[in-house]
Design a protein around this ligand. Sequence first.
Ligand code: SF4
Length: 351
Amino acid sequence: MKNNILIIGGGPAGLEASAQLQRMGYNVILIEKSPKLGGHLAKWDRLFPDSVPADEVLGGLLRGTEGVKCFTDTDVRAINRLDKSYNVRLTNGITVLSDAVLVASGFDLFDAVKKEEYGYGIYDQVMTNADLEAYFKTGSDRRIENPGKIGFAHCVGSRDEKAGCRSCSKVCCATAVKQAIEMKQAFPKAEVYCFYMDLRLFGRHYEDIYLKAQKEYGVRFIRGRVAEVSENYDGTLLVKAEDTVAGKPLKVTLDLLVLMAGMRPSAAGKVIGDLLEMPAEEDGYFAVRSGIAAGQRSPIPGIFLAGAATGPKTLPETLADARAAAMEVDRYLTEIFPDAKNYKQLVKERW
Ligand code: SF4
């Protein structure tokens, strides 16, 4: 066994980095604040673009971490920098002496209640992308009862100065197209509309799925942001938008509106960042030492970052980032502990 590495966050980035570092021979300790590993992936049903079940992907990630010391329901209580390592006190009473710390704190979904004009939490027929995914996973939601007209509102809480987030969340255009197709499969007679500002579908085969949504499933894409939602006397929704292609305001009556809530920096991650005095960018995501050359190193020696802790990422990007972070950790530890005899001795003393 080599050095000890603490990984904070048991979502896809934390799981993948744990598996890689364990394979390299490190002693990996993974902590997750919630009772279950998997992060948002554990709540998702199927993934874009090939509809692979999220459970299958998560199962593979979990299998990779066999042998890693995992503590769920566990957070960081205190962290102190020593000479070349960190003394980390966990909320489960254990203290870890770690030679490197990898923060994989992920993201939070934007709280759609904050966009009051969209009526989430006010009108029953307004739900979020996460709610709809839970419906696909469980097969039940009282809000979904053979809807005749379904709308998807893109960019909810993203690319929106008023909502405090200028950046794009990267995954919600793809999720909207995937969910629009899935709703057409479940309710073939339904009319499905996507209200978008511009479609950001940059991954391989993503464009094909968008064309398929139009040609095979008849999903209608309307270029325009939803401005306001209200309820008609019969309980349906009246959605006002601006059709920016036709240059006209638009009113559509819907039975169900799905809000594509975007990504936000993790609130739990911010607590870790404050303990470490780790710098964040203006938008709240953690700053890296260099966006091109060292995208997984924080400006603090021995502290590394992976996944959505540094900004919105797709799942494939998150996994690739986690692997890169594992390599950066390995490179760092090789630099500061060049003498294998020394660190074997150190590990012996510490465990
Ligand atoms: S991915 Fe699409 S829906 Fe999401 S914020 Fe970017 S443009 Fe908007």
